[in-house]
Design a protein around this ligand. Sequence first.
Ligand code: HEC
Length: 113
Amino acid sequence: MLLFFLTTFLQASQNSALLFHGNCTTCHFETKSVSAPAMMEVRTRYLNAFPDKKDFVREMTEWVHKPNEERSIMQDAIDKYELMPNLAFEKDVLQDIAAYIYETDFTKQHSPH
Ligand code: HEC
């Protein structure tokens, strides 16, 4: 029973890492801003605005679900790169990804799995 919970937990956290790497890092490199702000930078901005994990995950999920200029907390990034396209993700997928971003210090070496 314990093993079952443990495996499920590990799979869940691996999935969100894979979802992030499969869907976001094409534009958002982890530490370098090229065609979009580095995820490290986006994370820092969100952490400053929403230090609480629940708020962070809710706000990032809402925004990525429907990117729009009025609710952006990175106006300067929109001026520089243009508004992020709508990627039509399911909200529960985005919640997993946002939680993963909250938990991940992109300045540290970590395995993509
Ligand atoms: C096609 C390229 C592209 C992909 C793929 C992409 N982004 Fe973005 N994203 C951008 C650009 C460009 C910006 C900067 C302009 C802006 O804020 O709209 C941005 C900005 C953001 C912001 C800042 C929001 C704000 O307040 O302005 C968040 C959060 C974000 N992206 C999360 C994600 C997540 C999570 C994923 C993966 C599910 C993702 N992005 C995938 C291009 C992309």
